[in-house]
Design a protein around this ligand. Structure first.
Ligand SMILES: Cc1cc2nc3c(=O)[nH]c(=O)nc-3n(C[C@H](O)[C@H](O)[C@H](O)COP(=O)(O)O)c2cc1C
Length: 188
């Protein structure tokens, strides 16, 4: 941190990391994908188990088929030029732990993409779409995919703020408490 940077300035790239669902046709560079995969695999996990295996997808046909597997929530994959699928083992008793680990890795990919000037969006694959995605990605029986992070260069429209500054999240005084719970969640 330089002398002139406030804590708020330093963490601003994290505040600026938002969901992107629309991408240009420009491919994501291989070096960027490798860097994002490194960011993902360096995420912490419960007991350092590292339950994930990440599949980088750049084949457009596969990306579009993944998009078809669960519209409209999968729509970011309609224009994505790359994606990272986070695959997780089916292990009864570890479901919550694995979901937590998966979320940590997914968010890191979003932040990393933002730092690289790319856009990223979380896509959840559920229901029958999960079998379809498993087939497309050639997953073994004991592994599934729930989160696919869509990646690409954001379109001009996707770069525009989706809401007025400050409107996209509840205000700090409604979400952050000090020392103990107060009233109905609103700090005094
Ligand atoms: C667990 C989880 C699952 C999500 N699944 C999807 C999804 O399937 N499709 C999608 O477009 N966005 C998905 N999102 C993204 C949320 O819609 C997004 O985080 C939220 O709208 C805030 O977006 P913003 O950061 O751009 O304001 C998911 C987010 C999380 C945390």
């Amino acid at each position: 941190m330089t002398d002139t940077s406030s804590p708020a300035d330093v963490v601003r790239p994290l505040l600026r990391t938002r969901q992107v669902r629309e991408f240009t046709d420009v491919p994501v560079e291989r070096e960027a994908l490798d860097a994002l995969a490194d960011v993902a695999r360096w995420s912490g996990s419960s007991r350092n188990n590292q339950p994930w295996r990440f599949i980088i997808v750049t084949d457009r046909a596969t990306l579009r088929q993944l998009a078809d597997s669960g519209m409209p929530v999968t729509r970011a994959l309609q224009t994505a030029t790359a994606a990272i699928a986070i695959t997780i083992p089916e292990q009864p008793g570890w479901k919550i732990s694995h979901a937590y680990d998966e979320g940590r890795a997914a968010e890191r990919i979003l932040v990393g993409a933002n730092l690289l000037g790319l856009g990223a969006g979380i896509v959840w694959i559920s229901g029958e779409g999960r079998d379809l995605a498993g087939g497309l990605l050639g997953l073994p029986e004991d592994r599934f995919v729930r989160t696919v992070v869509a990646l690409g260069h954001p379109t001009e429209a996707a770069r525009q703020p989706k809401s007025d500054p400050g409107d996209a999240r509840l205000p700090r005084d409604q979400t952050v408490l000090h020392e103990r719970w107060q009233g109905d969640g609103e700090s005094t």
